[in-house]
Write a protein that binds this ligand. Structure first.
Ligand SMILES: Cc1cc2nc3c(=O)[nH]c(=O)nc-3n(C[C@H](O)[C@H](O)[C@H](O)COP(=O)(O)OP(=O)(O)OC[C@H]3O[C@@H](n4cnc5c(N)ncnc54)[C@H](O)[C@@H]3O)c2cc1C
Length: 305
């Protein structure tokens, strides 16, 4: 894909006017297609549909880079409510969150305090919480907070991005924690100083960390829409007799829905990442930056009743 197209969508993802407009027409356009809904309760029916078809879910309240302590605390309470609703509604769902939505850019004490509250509820309710990985500048803080929390809590996981040079070393350092890790290629615009600029190198590093993590005996969420990586994983687990219950595939809601169901039929665990919330516009633009072909898919989905 052209770098210009990718940069254009990443630029548009930060456009405040378009973002505000999208908040107004989001419910009709995006709900049930690329996001679960404008809030968690309205997403429940879509989550139940997925669960009924054998797909597990992880839900994410869209909206990151929170700059106000009050909002970060509200986000914390919402996460706790979501965990409680997952249990009350008997949903097969994890919770994904971003540390910048809980105050990472305000203070480390604040984000840690908020995460502790969420983890108390997660542990009590046995609901897994995954800390999404954001841009490289926040990677070290995210991993440090994850490691601290992992000492006290079992129901916590995080994400490693194959495009970062540092990731293999991070994986080695995390091994003693026996972590549940989601492994991804990486979604942010990073400098060649910190990330592989070439897709081929990213893909090779992705395969390398998938193999290492699985052979270390740790649970992996392999989060990709890429057939080549999915096929690689299938061959790898067959070769090393790695049981299907020790990993899962993950995909985004609305992307490759047929493939998601085919993988379930083949006996693989499949988890769908269901975002919800009024801040769907930036998320959507980042998906278009990854793959402009999603425009055709999105336009079709959005105009369909
Ligand atoms: C569940 C989940 C959670 C994620 N969490 C994070 C996170 O915490 N932090 C982060 O940085 N990133 C995250 N990502 C995004 C990730 O890093 C990638 O940016 C994104 O998944 C695109 O890479 P890819 O592996 O899907 O394949 P790509 O390299 O984008 O695509 C490779 C090939 O796959 C096929 N393909 C891709 N998309 C489609 C499609 N929609 N339909 C048909 N074919 C397709 C095409 O053949 C394409 O050429 C997450 C992704 C998923 C699925």
């Amino acid at each position: 894909m052209s770098v210009i197209t990718r940069d254009l969508f990443l630029y548009l993802s930060n456009n405040k006017t378009l973002n505000r407009a999208a908040q107004n027409w989001g419910a009709t356009i995006a709900s049930g297609k690329i996001v679960g809904g404008m809030d968690f309760p309205s997403s429940i029916k879509f989550i139940k549909e997925l669960n009924n078809e054998g797909l597990s879910v992880t839900v994410d309240h869209l909206g990151e880079f929170v700059r106000s302590e009050t909002v970060a605390k509200e986000r914390t309470e919402e996460c706790i409510q979501t965990i409680e609703t997952i249990v009350a509604q008997q949903l097969d769902s994890h919770v994904s969150l971003k540390l910048t939505s809980l105050g990472l850019d305000i203070s480390k004490d604040l984000v840690y305090e908020n995460m502790m509250k969420i983890m108390e509820s997660a542990e009590k309710n046995k609901v897994m919480v995954t800390i999404d990985m954001e841009d490289e500048q926040r990677c070290q803080d995210t991993l440090s907070i994850f490691k601290d929390l992992k000492k006290d809590y079992h129901y916590i996981s995080t994400v490693l991005q194959a495009y970062l040079y540092r990731t293999e070393k991070d994986l080695d350092e995390l091994n003693s924690y026996q972590p549940f890790l989601r492994l991804v290629k990486g979604a942010y615009k990073e400098s060649p100083k910190v990330a592989f600029p070439e897709k081929e190198d990213v893909d090779n590093n992705y395969k390398k960390i998938i193999k290492k993590h699985l052979l270390n005996g740790n649970y992996a969420g392999i989060a990709t829409h890429d057939d080549a990586i999915i096929e690689y994983t299938k061959r790898l687990v067959a070769e090393y007799n790695i049981p299907k219950h020790s990993f899962e595939f993950q995909m985004l809601y609305g992307m490759r829905s047929t493939t998601q169901r085919e993988l379930v039929k083949e006996g693989y665990n499949m988890r769908v990442y269901v975002p919800y919330g009024r801040d769907w516009y930036g998320y959507f633009m980042r998906r278009l930056a990854e793959r402009p072909a999603n425009i055709a898919f999105a336009l079709k989905g959005m105009t369909k009743k």
